[in-house]
Design a binder for this molecule. Structure first.
Ligand code: NAP
Length: 340
């Protein structure tokens, strides 16, 4: 079948994003091979149309129908590509399910990604926002990635430095946004593995185990996440809806005098990270509902689709929360998922 025959029109995206908002794509391609991406520029029907890259759809909020071409990345494959004295190098194609990949590394006996267990989404989406949980970010185990550039049709290798990783951020959210597709990601998993148990919820599980295994840590983290976070297969959501804001030491001191229970953690350069979930909960939003969208009862950082929510309703609730947190605490919350 030719590429143009594989491209579908007016496809519903509702079940392709974890928030489950009803929206459609003017054109849609389920990308199974890199060659399909290379042929796109030869199709005059698609010239000039915007492109949206979809992986697991766990960090995307659709607020309207998409007027261009949605590329649903379904490239699969994973394996060990190399090793040296210090690291085992493993590579996975962009369409692999992140949690499945993490579980595979653990069954092979390679630790490093266990704290990132059960994060929804695909391998290809993971570097874009430098996914992180329980004191680990993918930048900690990242080696390199392959990136297909739409304009030239070339495949480039990106090193750690090229990706410009930061807190839930990378170059793929800025200068390279919508410019190409991550094809695969390679991780360097340290042979001298050390557990990362700095987060309270995780540490509590291991106070009587001196050296837990990566698999034990993964199992504990899965249980913590399942207890606190809604399963997107049951309740539509996009994980943490806001980033944790960074403030100066002076602002934190002022806030602490008014709110002694404020949850904050010291960061580089004398700044403090405030727990966005604490701010939202203490502004009184936990469990509140606006239209068909709500703030999750067990975790105020997560907004949930109560059934048939529209993108406009999600934005309305997010903006009300932002305005209220700013009014009560003087702190701005930045939305974490990508809004289309
Ligand atoms: P939690 O453990 O109740 O902690 C609340 C916040 O405080 C977290 O956002 C976390 O920041 C920060 N924190 C807690 N312990 C810390 C420590 N020892 N050092 C530095 N910062 C600390 O949070 P939670 O909402 O249940 O989330 C647990 C973890 O899962 C967090 O790392 C969170 O980011 C992660 N998570 C990630 C996603 C995502 O990637 N989309 C979705 C849901 C949850 P950090 O967020 O900076 O770690």
């Amino acid at each position: 079948m030719s590429l143009i025959q594989l491209i579908q029109s007016n496809v519903s995206l509702r079940f392709f994003t974890t928030f489950g908002i009803a929206a459609s794509a003017r054109f849609y391609l389920h990308v199974m091979e890199v060659a399909q991406l290379q042929q796109l520029n030869q199709l005059p029907e698609l010239a000039g149309l915007p492109r949206l890259i979809l992986g697991g759809g766990s960090n995307l909020i659709l607020t309207r129908d998409f007027p261009g071409l949605v590329l649903h990345i379904a490239l699969t494959g994973r394996g060990r590509v190399n090793e040296d004295d210090q690291f085992t190098y493993v590579r996975a194609a962009a369409g692999e399910v992140w949690h499945g990949f993490v579980q595979w590394t653990l069954t092979q006996g390679w630790g490093g990604l266990e704290n990132l267990s059960l994060i929804p989404g695909s391998v290809g989406a993971a570097p874009i926002q430098n996914i992180g949980a329980y004191g680990v970010e993918i930048k900690d185990c990242f080696h390199s990635l392959s990136w297909f550039e739409f304009a030239t049709g070339k495949i480039h290798t990106f090193t750690h430095a090229d990706c410009q990783f930061a807190y839930r951020d990378s170059v793929f959210k800025h200068a390279l946004r919508d410019q190409g597709v991550i094809l695969d990601v390679t991780f360097a998993l340290a042979k001298s593995w050390q557990p990362k148990l700095s987060y309270g919820d995780v540490a509590q599980n291991f106070h009587d185990i001196a050296t837990p295994t990566p698999q034990q840590i993964s199992t504990a983290i899965c249980a913590i996440r399942q207890e606190k976070l809604p399963d997107p297969k049951i309740i539509g959501n996009a994980g943490s809806f806001f980033k944790n804001p960074l403030v100066s030491a002076e602002i934190r001191t002022v806030l602490l005098t008014r709110f002694p229970q404020l949850v904050s953690y010291p960061q580089a350069a004398g700044q403090y990270k405030l727990a966005a979930g604490w701010l939202i909960e203490n502004a009184g939003w936990r469990g509140r509902v606006l239209g068909r969208v709500g703030v999750y009862q067990k975790q105020a950082l997560v907004l949930v689709n109560l059934g048939g929510a529209s993108g406009a309703e999600v934005i309305a609730l997010a903006q009300e929360i932002q305005a209220d947190v700013r009014r009560q605490f003087g702190v701005s919350l930045e939305v974490e998922p990508v809004l289309i």
